[in-house]
Design a protein around this ligand. Structure first.
Ligand code: NDP
Length: 312
């Protein structure tokens, strides 16, 4: 264990974490940031980001996160490519442990752990993971260029994935469990106007077919109960996300889905010196720009806290 007590440890490396780091570093808080297992977070598996202000022509998600990281590093944030797997918020000094067992101590902690893709939970889905089953069209779509594929889900993510795949694949089957889509109107319009996206309404996945690789998907129409096999080579799951907050459950308040609760209008949690930002605490907006906004708030809240405690 090191004797150093850091002013601020930031957990997570999406827009919230890196923005918190930029503000904290520029406020001389000497922040230490732990990236987690997926440096850059969810935007690393996104294609074009067209709604982040400042990029009039759009930007690729991974490029944007490289820019965020470089900006955080430029002001002296120490970036560790490790996962924080345990915390203890019982004392005035907060304790955190990396996956390799190293203990880290901090006067303030900014949580920006984001959210992760959800899975259907089918045994066949698990068995064929990375053998055609994927939650990231941008990462894996290229491997299925020229082949028929399926996307399950009907939100903006599913619509985005289907649109991306439609540029690579002759046919994209979109499996929608209701008779309407949750995606924004503009995204719905985009998929509906794309000739090679076939929307299967009222359709649920029974099983992903295949032994060593995906060969198809067995679906059931929940209105007619008709079961059909669709021959596809890949099955992309795009059914939403779960906040990455399991390690905080003994210490912080969260809602039923696991989103961290903060004092309204602030990023303060119920533990002094612990702040939550980004998708880990936002189940409403969940945008890169709102995550960045709350990351900024968390750094300012942490700075105020450290100043009040006369730590900085
Ligand atoms: P959402 O929660 O918005 O949508 C999840 C979708 O998956 C819903 O259509 C849901 O169906 C469906 N679903 C959930 N569970 C199952 C299941 N077991 N079987 C079949 N279908 C299932 O998640 P998204 O990831 O799409 O979006 C999250 C947020 O991020 C949203 O606010 C979205 O607007 C935003 N976003 C914005 C983008 C952009 O602006 N470029 C891009 C991507 C996301 P049902 O509708 O029936 O519940």
């Amino acid at each position: 264990m090191s004797d150093t007590i850091h002013n601020t440890v930031i957990i997570g490396s999406g827009p919230a974490g890196y923005t918190a780091a930029i503000y904290a570093a520029r406020a001389n808080m000497a922040p230490i940031l732990y990236t987690g297992k997926e440096p850059g977070g969810q935007l690393m598996i996104t294609t074009d980001v067209e709604n982040y202000p400042g990029y009039p022509k759009g930007v690729m998600g991974p490029q944007m996160m490289d820019d965020f990281r470089d900006q955080a590093a430029r002001f002296g944030t120490k970036i560790n490519y490790e996962l924080i797997s345990k915390v203890d918020f019982s004392g005035p000094v907060h304790k955190l442990w990396t996956e390799s067992g190293a203990e880290v101590q901090a006067h303030s902690v900014i949580i920006s752990t984001g959210a992760s893709a959800k899975w259907l939970g089918l045994p066949s889905e698990t068995r064929l993971m990375n053998k055609g089953v994927s939650a990231c069209a941008v990462c894996d779509g290229f491997f299925f260029k020229g082949m028929e594929v399926a996307v399950v889900g009907a939100g903006d993510t599913a619509a985005e994935e289907a649109s991306y795949l439609a540029k690579l694949c002759p046919k994209v089957h979109m499996l929608v469990r209701r008779d309407e889509m949750r995606a924004s109107k503009i995204m719905q319009k985009r998929v509906m106007n794309t000739e090679n996206i076939i929307i299967h309404w009222n359709t649920e996945t029974r099983e992903v077919i295949g032994t060593d690789e995906v060969e198809g998907v067995r679906v059931i129409n929940n209105k007619t109960q008709e079961v059909t096999d669709i021959p596809v080579k890949a099955f992309f799951v795009a059914i939403g996300h779960k906040p990455n907050t399991d390690i905080f459950k003994d210490w912080l308040d969260m809602d039923g889905a696991g989103y961290l609760k903060t004092v309204p209008g602030t990023t303060r949690t119920k533990v002094e010196g612990v702040f939550a930002s980004g998708d880990a605490q936002d189940n409403v907006y969940r945008q890169a720009v709102t995550a960045a906004g709350t990351g900024c708030m968390a750094a300012l809240d942490a700075e105020r806290y450290l100043t009040e405690k006369e730590i900085i």
